[in-house]
Each structure stands twice: as structure tokens, then as C-alpha cells.
Design a protein around this ligand. Structure first.
Ligand SMILES: [Zn+2]
Length: 234
């Protein structure tokens, strides 16, 4: 291997590490948003269960109100019954009272049904609430971890700045210039790659037989003639 080439490789590795760290850091807001959405949808599930319960409770109150009204009507009709003189009127009123009483007993049955449904729903909501609390704790824990990770990534980026400039200072200008040129041409790193047999580890294509044959013979830098990356033999 050419003199000082290992320093360029070390520099590249640091730079790739910096890119990866920056990418991870930039991804944190997205990860946070995903967690927030997850929490919101868990909350929505619980909210729907609670709404179902509130709906039942409202229906129960309405039924109770209807029954109260029917009972008041029966009481009023019974009072009026005492003042009725004519037999047919009396009979008609009795029938009316009877129909209200039937209504009352069916409302009572309905109330019992609703109360039973409410009990069932309350049990379900309890389970949902417990599950939600567990999930919420878990998600909030993940959010806290993200905050820690952000600090860690920022710290390691700061540290990398110093290491990178130290490492860059150790690389010869010839190598640095070649590296910068390749970086301009090739979007995706690594830019210094191994030649594995006749295959470039960067673009995975075979280099021309000329490049493969002359590798290491010339004093200059060897490039992949497919993608332009700098080549070395491991
Ligand atoms: Zn290549």
C-alpha cells in the first residue's frame, strides 16, 4: 500500500461515521413524530371506549327520565279517576293507565339491560385504561431515550469535528485532492474502496483489464474506470 494511504482511509472512515451520525441526528424529529402519533392513536382508542360508556350512561338517564314521566302520568290519571262519573270514561281511563303501566315496566326492563351493559363497558374501559397507561409509559420511555440519544449524537458530532480535522492534517495533499475530486463526482460514499479481484467494491462492477493489470504498477492513484472511486487492494 502506498505511503500514508492508511491515513486517508482512516479519514474517510471518520467522515463516513460523521455522515451516519448526522443522518441519525436528523432522523430524530421523525422518530419523535412517529411516537407522538402512536400515543395519539392509543389515546383515541381509549377515548372511543369512554365515549361508548358515556353514550350508555346518557341513554340510561333518558330512559329513567321517560319512566319518571310515565309514572307521573299514571299518578295524575289515578287522581282524575276519582272524579270521573261516567262508566265508559272510567273504563277508557283505566285502559290508558294500563298502557302507561306497560310502558313503565318495559322501560324498567330496558333500564336493567342498559345498567348491565354499563357494568360490562366499565370493566372493558378499566382494561383499556390499564393498557393505555402501560403503552403510554412505554412510549414516553422511548421518547426519553430519544432525548438522551440526541444529546449523545450531538456530543459525538462535536468530538468528531476535532478528530476529523486532526486526521485530515495527517493526510497528504495529493490524496486529499484526489479524494475531494471523487467526492464531487460520486454522490454516495465510501469513495475509497477495495478492489476485490477485478471487482470494485464501490460500484460492484469489474474494472477494465487495463486497470486490473496495471494496478499498483503506476506511481499514481488508481481509480475505478466504471465509477471513478479510488481503489486499493486490501
Ligand atoms: Zn467502481
Amino acid at each position: 500500500m502506498k505511503e500514508g494511504f492508511d491515513r486517508l482511509l482512516k479519514y474517510q472512515n471518520l467522515e463516513l461515521h460523521q455522515l451516519e451520525t448526522t443522518r441519525n441526528l436528523n432522523g430524530i424529529p421523525n422518530e419523535r413524530e412517529t411516537l407522538e402519533k402512536k400515543l395519539a392513536s392509543e389515546k383515541e382508542v381509549l377515548e372511543q371506549a369512554l365515549q361508548g360508556l358515556r353514550g350508555l350512561e346518557l341513554r340510561q338517564k333518558e330512559t329513567e327520565g321517560d319512566r319518571g314521566e310515565a309514572e307521573a302520568t299514571v299518578n295524575r290519571l289515578r287522581g282524575q279517576l276519582l272524579e270521573v262519573k261516567k262508566n265508559d270514561q272510567y273504563q277508557a281511563m283505566l285502559q290508558e293507565i294500563e298502557s302507561f303501566q306497560k310502558k313503565i315496566s318495559s322501560l324498567e326492563e330496558l333500564e336493567i339491560e342498559i345498567l348491565m351493559e354499563i357494568d360490562e363497558e366499565k370493566e372493558k374501559v378499566k382494561v383499556d385504561e390499564r393498557e393505555f397507561r402501560d403503552r403510554e409509559q412505554e412510549i414516553r420511555g422511548q421518547m426519553d431515550l430519544l432525548v438522551d440519544r440526541k444529546v449523545q449524537l450531538e456530543d459525538s458530532l462535536k468530538e468528531l469535528e476535532g478528530t476529523l480535522s486532526d486526521s485530515k492534517a495527517e493526510v497528504s495533499s495529493e490524496w486529499l485532492d484526489a479524494y475531494a475530486r471523487v467526492k464531487n463526482q460520486v454522490r454516495k460514499g465510501p469513495w475509497v474502496v477495495q478492489l476485490q479481484g477485478t471487482r470494485c467494491a464501490g460500484c460492484h462492477l469489474s474494472v477494465s483489464s487495463e486497470v486490473a493489470h496495471n494496478f499498483g504498477a503506476s506511481a499514481g492513484i488508481n481509480y475505478c474506470d466504471q465509477c471513478g472511486r479510488i481503489l486499493y487492494r486490501g
